[in-house]
Write a protein that binds this ligand. Structure first.
Ligand code: ACO
Length: 328
């Protein structure tokens, strides 16, 4: 029997840090409001010359180094992003070229918002198991600062920029690596978090720019409730499907959107908060990058040991959601 393992992980966040105090000079808010409502103290913001692919490249290089694999060995590249460099071509093609991944590789982007990394994991896992590909590089990368309205205090305090990546390989060993994954999508909730303009329904124009409809719009309270509901469902399903209990899950890495969402999820699942990895205080919500950035940190911090079970659980615009169970 064969398994698909995570052979290496890496992350990159831009140098510039925007603190809550900095935000107080930009919009009518307070450090206390942001911390108590979201758990965020600061976030990293990309420079004007840094695009999503630049963040992705650095995270990918770190993951390849961690896996001790050269870019020439990668034959499947997936970039999960809601903030591509261009509407077309894909950010994956930009990364493929700049990283030196051979042109015979398959490279594409996926749009699953904050669930993008777990969606990419599922796709790469399935493709590697078939034997069609040998080495997959998956990246979650976002420059959310480019789609945030910096005059809207209800959204701008929540998001940050960054990238995380993982290298996946098939090994001839049973019961390690990705044990299973479960994805879902509910388009009925699509308008809870969306960008009205810039797509085919409402192409960019002077009017859309004047209305600021190229920026993200969000129904925070509705997202909050649904996030807790869907993450609880997919987390339970994944654990039960594999005949485990939550006592056996050493670490849960949730999408980092709001610490109160994580607290509610932990309470509903009956899992102590200490077994959740939380770094939202330092990065804010980095969408598809949030789970791989947290995974990279958790490994470096010694929170993941051989034999451990780690559960990734995400939700995002769409409404997309998913969970991945990993044994190290
Ligand atoms: N500073 C000060 N006051 C603010 C701010 C701010 N930054 N933002 C909103 N307020 C005000 C509101 O105007 C409101 O005032 P009012 O009562 O006079 O009308 C008050 O604070 C309370 O606002 P609520 O919306 O009720 O605050 P809530 O407790 O619901 O928290 C939040 C808002 C943080 C957005 C929360 O609902 C949340 O985190 N929701 C989930 C958002 C999320 O996860 N989004 C990402 C999705 S994932 C993806 O795909 C990117």
């Amino acid at each position: 029997m064969a398994s698909v393992i995570i052979a290496g992980v890496g992350a990159y966040t831009p140098e510039r840090i925007l603190t809550n105090a900095d935000l107080c000079k930009m919009v009518d808010t307070s450090d206390e409001w942001i911390r108590t409502r979201s758990g965020i103290s600061e976030r990293h913001i990309a420079g004007p010359d840094e695009a999503t692919s630049d963040l992705a490249l650095k995270a990918a290089a770190a993951a390849l180094k961690d896996a001790n694999i050269s870019a020439s060995e990668v034959d499947l590249l997936i970039v999960a992003t809601a903030t591509p460099d261009y509407p077309l071509p894909s950010t994956a093609c930009v990364v493929q070229h700049k990283l030196g991944i051979p042109p015979h590789a398959t490279a594409f982007d996926i749009a699953a918002a904050c669930s993008g990394f777990v969606y990419a994991l599922e796709i790469a896992y399935g493709q590697l198991l078939t034997g069609r590909y040998k080495c997959a590089l998956i990246i979650g990368a976002e420059k959310l600062s480019s789609i945030v309205d910096w005059s809207d205090r209800t959204t701008c305090v929540l998001f940050g920029d960054g990238a995380g990546a993982a290298v996946l390989k098939k090994v001839d060993q049973d019961g390690i690596g990705i044990i299973g994954s479960d994805l879902g999508a509910d388009g009925e909730l699509a308008e809870y978090l969306y960008i009205p303009a810039g797509g085919s329904r409402c192409p960019s124009s002077a009017k859309t720019v004047a209305e600021k409809s190229q920026f993200l719009r969000m129904k925070g309270k509705e997202i909050f409730k649904n996030a807790v509901r869907v993450m609880e469902t997919v987390a339970r399903e994944m654990v039960e499907q594999h005949h485990l209990t939550f006592d056996q899950i050493n670490l849960v890495i949730p999408h980092q959107a709001n610490v109160r969402i994580v607290e509610a999820l932990a309470g509903n699942l009956g899992v102590p908060l200490e077994r959740f990895y939380v770094n939202i205080d330092r990065f804010g919500n980095t969408s598809s990058a949030s789970i791989p950035i947290a995974l990279d940190e958790a490994r470096r911090a010694g929170r993941i040991k051989p034999g451990d079970y780690t559960l990734l659980v995400a939700f995002g615009a769409g409404f997309t959601y998913g969970s991945t169970l990993i044994r190290w």
